[in-house]
Write a new protein. Structure first.
Length: 304
């Protein structure tokens, strides 16, 4: 009887143990299934290379070339006292064109400053930027054709001895240029490049006045002109850090034409002064700073 009780107890213990094992396994399976169903895989990490874009600032010196200057001069010539009244009447005066070509033109050199932004380069070698620039005041002088004036009540006659007749004005210019470049490759950290640009020049011409001739004593007003501009460039860049590049550049720039006004400070209307083919040879140094999460600014092909 005691043996039967022990057997029954053993069987009951085994049954309870097996039941507990199966219950634990089932619970773990349910938990695993719910965890799998709620699991979300992390998004893949994306690497960007947007460092080929840059800001830049440049400063330099502009060696002025030209311009050609024109100011038309019409001298008044007394034809004779036809009515014998002893004075010069309006119908007794004619006008003779004395010319408009201003000789011995001199224009000052000046400093320049530019800021802008661009993108490109790397293995392709191509890049482009837009630059806003300013060139300081430069004085312009030249010897204009002789203006004799009119001496009221006396014959005027033809021009007598030549008088040095310097014409004076000034010019300052703003430019907005769109430029394209081709980087030629890298040699020991140096990258030569060539390029070209087109854009616009905004010129401000100062007052015009004439010295050493007593007749044109009034000052002609200045004016503002918007003109087409173009340029050719070449230079050498050097990488100083993973994001900064020094840029040593040369540029020939033609900034088009400009003109003065016509009204002088006495209210008389005069021929305007024309400044044609305003150009310069420019030398400048700049810093290009590349931005973005990782810089790919300087992966140039090596020059052989």
């Amino acid at each position: 009887m005691a043996m039967d009780n022990k057997m029954k107890s053993s069987v009951a213990f085994v049954a309870m143990t097996l039941a507990a094992i199966f219950a634990t396994s089932a619970s773990a399976a349910d938990l695993g299934g719910s965890l799998k169903e709620s699991y979300v895989a992390p998004l893949p990490r994306v690497h960007t290379t947007v460092g080929s874009c840059y800001f830049r600032a440049d400063a330099g010196y502009s060696l002025s070339s030209g311009p050609s200057v024109h100011w038309g001069v019409f001298n008044e010539v007394f034809q004779g006292d036809d009515n014998t009244n002893g004075v010069i009447d309006a119908d007794e005066i004619s006008y003779r064109f004395a010319g408009d070509n201003v000789q011995q033109v001199s224009i000052d050199n000046t400093w320049l400053a530019e800021v802008g932004a661009g993108c490109g380069s790397g293995p392709s070698g191509l890049r482009a930027d837009v630059l806003f620039g300013f060139r300081g005041d430069r004085d312009i002088t030249g010897v204009s054709p002789i203006y004799n004036g009119t001496l009221e009540g006396e014959p005027v006659g033809t021009p007598g001895q030549n008088i040095d007749d310097p014409l004076h004005t000034s010019l300052k210019s703003y430019t907005l240029m769109f430029n394209a470049y081709y980087d030629l490759g890298q040699f020991r950290g140096f990258v030569p490049y060539v390029g070209a640009g087109i854009g616009a020049a905004y010129h401000i011409v100062g007052e015009v006045y004439i010295t050493e001739n007593p007749n044109p004593i009034n000052r002609i007003e200045g004016d503002e002109t918007l003109s087409f501009a173009w340029s050719l460039v070449a230079g050498l860049a050097y990488q100083v850090s993973d994001r900064a590049i020094l840029d040593f550049g040369y540029r020939y720039i033609n900034m088009g034409d400009a003109k003065s006004g016509r009204v002088d400070n006495a209210g008389f209307v005069n021929p305007q002064v024309d400044l044609d083919n305003i150009a310069a040879h420019e030398f400048k140094i700049g810093l290009r700073y590349h931005f973005g999460q990782s810089s790919s600014c300087c992966e140039y092909a090596a020059l052989k």
